[in-house]
Design a protein around this ligand. Sequence first.
Ligand SMILES: *[C@@H]1O[C@H](CO)[C@@H](O)[C@H](O)[C@H]1NC(C)=O
Ligand SMILES: *[C@@H]1O[C@H](CO)[C@@H](O)[C@H](O)[C@H]1NC(C)=O
Ligand SMILES: *[C@@H]1O[C@H](CO)[C@@H](O)[C@H](O)[C@H]1NC(C)=O
Ligand SMILES: *[C@@H]1O[C@H](CO)[C@@H](O)[C@H](O)[C@H]1NC(C)=O
Ligand SMILES: *[C@@H]1O[C@H](CO)[C@@H](O)[C@H](O)[C@H]1NC(C)=O
Length: 368
Amino acid sequence: MMNFSLKYIFLLIFIANECVSQSINQDHLQLKFVFILMRHTNRAPLNRYKNQTDQIPWPRGLGELTDQGVWNAYRAGQALRERYLGFLHPLQRYTPSEIDVSTTEVDRCYQSAGYLLAGMYPPNEEQTWNKDLKWQPIPIKTSLSKDHQQFTGDPRLCPKYAMELHEISENAIKTEKVKKLINYMKNYTSSPLNTLYDVLKVSDVIMTQRMANYPIPNWALERYKDIEEYILYSMTILVETDQMKLLYSGEMLNDVLTRMEASINKSPDAKKIYLHVGHDSTIVPFLKTLNVKNITYPLYGAAVVMELYASLSNETIVKLLYNRDYEWKESNIELIELPGCPQPCRLEDLRTLTQQMIPRNLTEECKN
Ligand SMILES: *[C@@H]1O[C@H](CO)[C@@H](O)[C@H](O)[C@H]1NC(C)=O
Ligand SMILES: *[C@@H]1O[C@H](CO)[C@@H](O)[C@H](O)[C@H]1NC(C)=O
Ligand SMILES: *[C@@H]1O[C@H](CO)[C@@H](O)[C@H](O)[C@H]1NC(C)=O
Ligand SMILES: *[C@@H]1O[C@H](CO)[C@@H](O)[C@H](O)[C@H]1NC(C)=O
Ligand SMILES: *[C@@H]1O[C@H](CO)[C@@H](O)[C@H](O)[C@H]1NC(C)=O
């Protein structure tokens, strides 16, 4: 059995006590695999809107990480090393068999992963190659990414998805709530706001400024709750139908389950950790695809975590966790009940439960 840190064992006992059903002896759970789907850390707004009067400097550029984002990603890496201390290589040595890392092809995600790994894998003595630089390169891949948020940007990649999203958006933009917000915003931004994305772009400026503790205009302050709600709403409709769930999040879910199975089957290419850095628009759809209720808007560095355990009798148990921000504080991490797979949730049961969400051949299923 791996040496868990004591803190970790306490967490497990705590979780075990919280469990609804207790048919598996959870006293000696051994961690086998961890999937972390994290949102990039703090960033600048993606754009500016017409009539925007403030002159807030974003020295690294629009859409890029901020200084705070850099540090928070680094700190998240340090916190992850701490959290999984007993699970990772005992000499704190990076090995390619330990972790796979992927991100979307967006600077802020790639860089979040880079800074995170700098915090998580400082070279140990033996791996130090330059005594003035406590850093070693850890591979980050974009080709492993099963993050289909690019569908929304490029309909050619999945015509079926584009068609469904178009239909859903047409309806959404006609709802009273959205119409009211658009009319209100139009007045102050002098922008046409013809699509949900136009509204999202303005909303993003507002929310990003606020989260960076910069002042926002009074008109936005007055409707801040609506703006916040709108942003979350625009993420949830990305997977409004079962078909959309399959097309958008299904492949990532399948990837995670397949990696878990590889770990249990001791496949030679199995890794201990798979970290993917994506977006709010990755996390919300992924949770919704798992039927999680009560989804909140993911803060910078928030993460969905799926931990796979084996019991003494070799039963598999999957725990779905949500980490509220980059800090990985125990008090910010909650166990989320998987609808249809109450704890202890077996990997086999989760596989069966999610069968309908897994694409067989995405190329085929994306055809209109
Ligand atoms: C539009 O803006 C003007 C000037 O700020 C304000 O007086 C008016 O009430 C606003 N209209 C709406 C519909 O919010
Ligand atoms: C927005 O800018 C336009 C010119 O680009 C100006 O005519 C209009 O009065 C401005 N609206 C507000 C609310 O500042
Ligand atoms: C929903 O989430 C909020 C915020 O995290 C929490 O306070 C509330 O208790 C949750 N409700 C349910 C039904 O889980
Ligand atoms: C569980 O699996 C391990 C390793 O594969 C094996 O050594 C052990 O005998 C198994 N235990 C049970 C109860 O099947
Ligand atoms: C998926 O479908 C495409 C197009 O129909 C086909 O070319 C490809 O071989 C299929 N892939 C698999 C793994 O079956």
